[in-house]
Design a protein around this ligand. Sequence first.
Ligand code: 6GU
Length: 237
Amino acid sequence: MNIHILTLFPEMFEGILQSSILKKAQEKNAVTINTINFRDFATNKHKTVDDYPYGGGNGMVLKPEPIFYAVESIPNYEKARIIMMTPQGIPYTQKKAEELKKEEHLIFLCGHYEGFDERIREHLVTDELSIGDYVLTGGELAAMVVVDSVVRLLPGVLGNQESAETDSFSSGLLEYPQYTRPEEFRTWKVPEVLLSGHHQKIEEWRKKESIKRTLQRRPDLIQAHQFDAKDQALIKT
Ligand code: 6GU
């Protein structure tokens, strides 16, 4: 996969892209990730990227030219999903991550304070995403969230240790409680069943805890979850 991120603040991505799993994913050539400062594609000597809104009002609006020219400089941009990060976008979910992981080319557009000229949305962008119902100062943090969650799904990126198949949302339920050594810490004991070596009982306990936790914290997820006959029986116990 090839990812290009258009931003006025490429330095914001440096730490994230050079750490942990995203660093390893690039070293393994599972993904290439580039940042592009679209100010480099501004058309006047002052490198202007924004201007006052037609019709008046507060704030500035990102001009179309620097963003169109920056996108058009990217090899195979015609084949890319071009994703605008804004609080007006459709809510980002694990389902969208599973969809985006299949793409060869992703381009992210990040605005900062300003809105985008509507012609960018109408004639360039294929997707507009939000990461939740709160306002960030820019799309950069949101783009990092989407990049991180997509790249970890690419083949060969996660080892068995961090496997993507057994985590929250792959099952549609929240994860069960985990414990490690010591068996007792400040009188607080690890649940007996986990020490029993009885694999079926452990599996049932974990499934039940997952369901309990999801019911308590995210009843909205329970609505959407398909319970099989085995789950149904477990819920009754
Ligand atoms: Cl994608 N951008 C901004 N600026 N704020 C957000 C967001 C995106 N998603 C949630 N809040």
